[in-house]
Design a protein around this ligand. Sequence first.
Ligand code: MN
Length: 131
Amino acid sequence: MSGALILVVEDNERNAKLLRDVLEHRGYRVLVATTGEEGVALAREQLPALVLMDIQLPGISGIEAFDLLRAEDATREIPVVAVTASAMQEERARIATAGFAGYQPKPIRVMEFLQAVEALVGPGDADGAGR
Ligand code: MN
């Protein structure tokens, strides 16, 4: 058994590393894409159980990437959680109406973040990860 595969779409290297570390520690498997285009391509190819989507990205935005995932049968059902700076009120409103499976503020609060992930994909395989 191994934990669910989670795709992190995040252009900030430090944020991506933090999310990867937190998720891998819990026993999830993690893929990282640094642009929306790369994220959509990886999602099509790997069909992750969950996508954690930054909104402010170079190239297409996280909302545009989300729309592309929604437009295809293969990726339509994958839950997508927005992970973005909480201060941006207008952006939060767009996220709320776009149909994301949830929203997590940056910087993440680890306990709340992991609870939200587990609610969507089940627990990670933390024992198997050699914690
Ligand atoms: Mn960003």
